[in-house]
Write a protein that binds this ligand. Structure first.
Ligand code: SF4
Length: 267
């Protein structure tokens, strides 16, 4: 998703303090995971239930996951309205839409010449390997299905995981640029997660660790809420320039700053 611009920087990170990543000793990794779990709780208390994903059907979620790449959600909504009007929000509708028409209908979301063939490729996969059934697709084990989705054109890990979690109900975390910034600014991972596949997978592991003590039956719901909540705080406070004043996670940052000062004072 396109990230909002903000213009009031009050974040102060202690560059010398290095919180280890999850490859560090279990006790420390567990403390970091616990911190992230507490951050979820603070966000949930501040923002309440997020009711994601904003869509009426699984197919609509899948289309939204494709269309929202590098695009603000408002633009996706315009594409979805056009698709609905043209009967393109059903599998049969998508199958019968010529590629050029699909490109025209999703143009508001940008990158239509890349996204339209990618959506068509998804429908082809569904028809070829899953008898055209989203239920059959959803019944495939998560790891196998993730690999299959990632092999499709135009599907990176964030899109694959959003489809798995929000459209198909699998218990997989979703990471994005908002969570990457949060992990970097709160020094949850060392090294800080990069904007690449490795950084993405580190964020996914961190999220899974944060909710590891929760019942597995709750994981899909918690991953769903956590991703939506990190987007909420990202849009409200943690854009390209953070606005920490009034942010629900400011306490964690202040605690981090105090720990850094203690560690510097103790040599
Ligand atoms: S999440 Fe909030 S407190 Fe943390 S860096 Fe971003 S704006 Fe600041």
């Amino acid at each position: 998703m396109t990230l909002p611009e903000t213009n009031n920087s009050v974040v102060r990170i202690q560059p010398k303090l290095r919180w280890p990543g999850l490859s560090q000793p279990a006790a420390t990794a567990s403390a970091i995971a616990h911190r992230l779990r507490q951050m979820h709780d603070r966000l949930a208390a501040a923002y309440g239930p997020q009711h994601w994903w904003p869509a009426e059907t699984s197919l609509e979620v899948i289309l939204g996951a494709y269309l929202t790449q590098n695009t603000a959600w408002k633009a996706v909504e315009r594409s979805l309205v056009q698709l609905r009007t043209a009967g393109g929000l059903s599998l049969d509708g998508l199958r019968s839409l010529p590629l050029e028409d699909l490109q025209r209908l999703i143009r508001p979301s940008g990158f239509a010449t890349r996204k339209a063939p990618a959506i068509k490729a998804f429908v082809s996969l569904l028809d070829r390997e899953f008898a055209g059934s989203l239920e059959s697709l959803a019944s495939t084990p998560s790891a196998k299905l993730r690999t299959r989705l990632l092999a499709l054109p135009g599907v990176g890990p964030e899109t694959a995981d959003a489809i798995l979690l929000y459209a198909l109900g699998h218990s997989v975390p979703v990471a994005d640029e908002y969570l990457r910034r949060l992990a970097e600014r709160h020094q949850l991972l060392f090294p800080a997660p990069a904007r690449n596949r490795r950084g993405y997978e580190a964020l996914v592991q961190l999220t899974a660790a944060a909710f590891a003590a929760d019942s597995p039956a709750e994981h899909a719901r918690l991953y769903n809420e956590f991703h939506a909540l990190t987007v909420a705080v990202g849009k409200a406070h943690c854009g390209r320039i953070p606005q920490c004043t009034g942010c629900p996670l400011a306490d964690d940052l202040q605690q981090l700053s105090r720990s850094s000062e203690d560690s510097t004072a103790n040599g």
